[in-house]
Ligand binder design. Sequence first.
Ligand SMILES: [Zn+2]
Ligand SMILES: [Zn+2]
Length: 112
Amino acid sequence: MKLKRRFESFICEVCGFENDPLSTGTRNHCQECLASLHVDEETPGDRESTCQGVMIPVSVREDSKKGWIITHRCRACKKRIENHISDDDNFDSLVLVAEGRWEDSFLRRGGA
Ligand SMILES: [Zn+2]
Ligand SMILES: [Zn+2]
């Protein structure tokens, strides 16, 4: 049997937003709060990781060749993964990441 990659909608574990699947490529983070899940091990979309931890956006930067890049850090294993930003990502959330205020805004203090 051949493995087929499917683009499925997912409910964000951080903010509860229901994300529609991207028609082009893999949506690997929430378009509303930008949080992600640790499902990829080596390359985006490989779905090889068994960690499944929540990945939070820790920084954004502009790459002259690739465009805007967001760095996620896994809260469970601390792994960092870089991702491209999607056109429909929430700009206000991007600003919160850039200003270092994302965690205060989306994670309850002292919470999980
Ligand atoms: Zn979210
Ligand atoms: Zn992890």
